[in-house]
Design a protein around this ligand. Structure first.
Ligand SMILES: Cc1cc2nc3c(=O)[nH]c(=O)nc-3n(C[C@H](O)[C@H](O)[C@H](O)COP(=O)(O)OP(=O)(O)OC[C@H]3O[C@@H](n4cnc5c(N)ncnc54)[C@H](O)[C@@H]3O)c2cc1C
Length: 323
């Protein structure tokens, strides 16, 4: 018998998409009799998230309400105490802002094996093997996690389909963190709020990205128009961001964001390995580029050798007609 603990996160709409993806991943590892617990941290008044777990732990405290380093310290303290008490075999976290900070610290505190940015997990008998992209997404490596556990595994967003939210969540168990929260080792100096309009790049099912081949900032308005028709988000290569055509918060790649949409549509992007590192787990890549030898065509499922100036307006018009 095995048990999994999910480090859940909530937004104003309930459990995040990434939390529901963790549930799918956990369920794929478990057999009859195994259990899934989900833990959520937040300030007092946290509503019970709508997740189909066997048990739900709510950890509420004033120190857990923000999304800053002191909060992550307090969450690490609380979750370490919870994991020590309930002793899960596997702990799953998403590669969110909070998960990226908390999961490795939790692994260190629990003296547990840790694997980051995984795209799949397998369990054979009691051995856990994870797959994660390496060398900027150019190869996949498989790692076997040794030892009895717990194993802490951080999953790349979009690696699994999300489970459906549940209307019938179990009665939450309240875990009191007060005895466990230590004085924070960090001091918050400044907060910069990222402007957010429409769907978040990391959550988008459709991402339309532009590169240096667009030649300036104006064509990004057309990418935004297409993204809004398709309910998607706009991304960019680093070259386009460095040129000041679009904000760096929209950069996809090794030093930008990782996205895993169903459709990743690019215009004027060459497909450098550092860019592909951020989109290699997209289900379908479609590229528009004037150079038939551009390396992005090696990754693309469909490609158009052509000028974006001809293809993009025609595509917008065609998509408008059918939507
Ligand atoms: C340490 C490091 C980290 C990096 N991190 C990132 C990262 O996170 N993300 C990232 O993107 N890059 C990153 N880079 C940069 C990366 O190596 C590339 O330089 C960058 O991705 C190139 O951007 P691009 O494809 O837009 O531009 P280019 O390589 O200049 O390609 C432009 C493409 O547009 C095509 N084109 C030109 N005109 C048209 C037209 N009219 N219609 C259609 N196509 C046209 C061209 O054929 C060409 O293929 C990193 C580099 C380093 C060294």
């Amino acid at each position: 018998m095995a048990s999994a603990l999910i480090l859940g996160e909530v937004s104003s709409l309930g459990a995040t998409q990434q939390t529901l993806e963790l549930l799918t991943a956990a369920r794929s590892l478990l057999v009859d009799g195994d259990t899934i617990a989900a833990a959520f941290t937040g300030s007092p008044g946290l509503s019970t998230p709508n997740v189909p777990a066997d048990s739900i732990y709510l950890i509420e405290h004033d120190a857990l309400g923000e999304s800053d380093s002191a909060t992550f310290d307090a969450a690490t303290d609380s979750l370490t105490a919870l994991a020590t008490e309930i002793r899960p075999d596997i702990i799953l976290s998403s590669r969110s802002d909070a998960g990226s900070v908390i999961a490795p610290r939790l692994a260190m505190r629990l003296d547990a094996a840790f694997a980051r940015d995984c795209t799949s997990i397998e369990r054979n008998d009691d051995a856990i093997t994870v797959t994660r992209p390496v060398y900027g997404g150019n190869a996949n490596a498989r790692f076997k996690l040794n030892g009895p556990g717990p194993h802490v595994i951080m999953l790349r967003p979009g690696a699994y389909e999300p489970e459906a939210p549940s209307d019938d969540s179990p009665e939450p168990i309240r875990f009191d963190p007060i005895a466990h929260i230590r004085e924070s080792q960090s001091e918050l100096l400044r907060t910069v709020q990222e402007a957010q309009e429409g769907v978040r790049l990391e959550d988008a099912e459709v991402v339309i990205s532009g590169g240096r081949g667009l030649g300036g900032p104006e064509p990004f308005r057309q990418l935004e128009e297409l993204a809004s028709i398709l309910g998607g988000a706009v991304g960019a290569s680093r070259a386009a961001c460095d040129a000041g055509w679009i904000d760096h918060s929209q950069q996809v790649g090794l030093t930008g964001k990782s996205v895993s949409p169903r459709l990743y549509l690019t215009f004027g992007i060459s497909g450098a390995s550092q860019h592909m590192a951020g989109c290699s787990s997209a289900r379908n890549i479609v590229a528009v580029n004037t150079d038939a030898d551009a390396s992005i065509f090696g990754d693309a499922r469909f490609g158009v050798v052509g000028d974006w100036k001809n293809v993009l307006p025609a595509l917008i018009s065609a998509v408008r007609d059918i939507s």
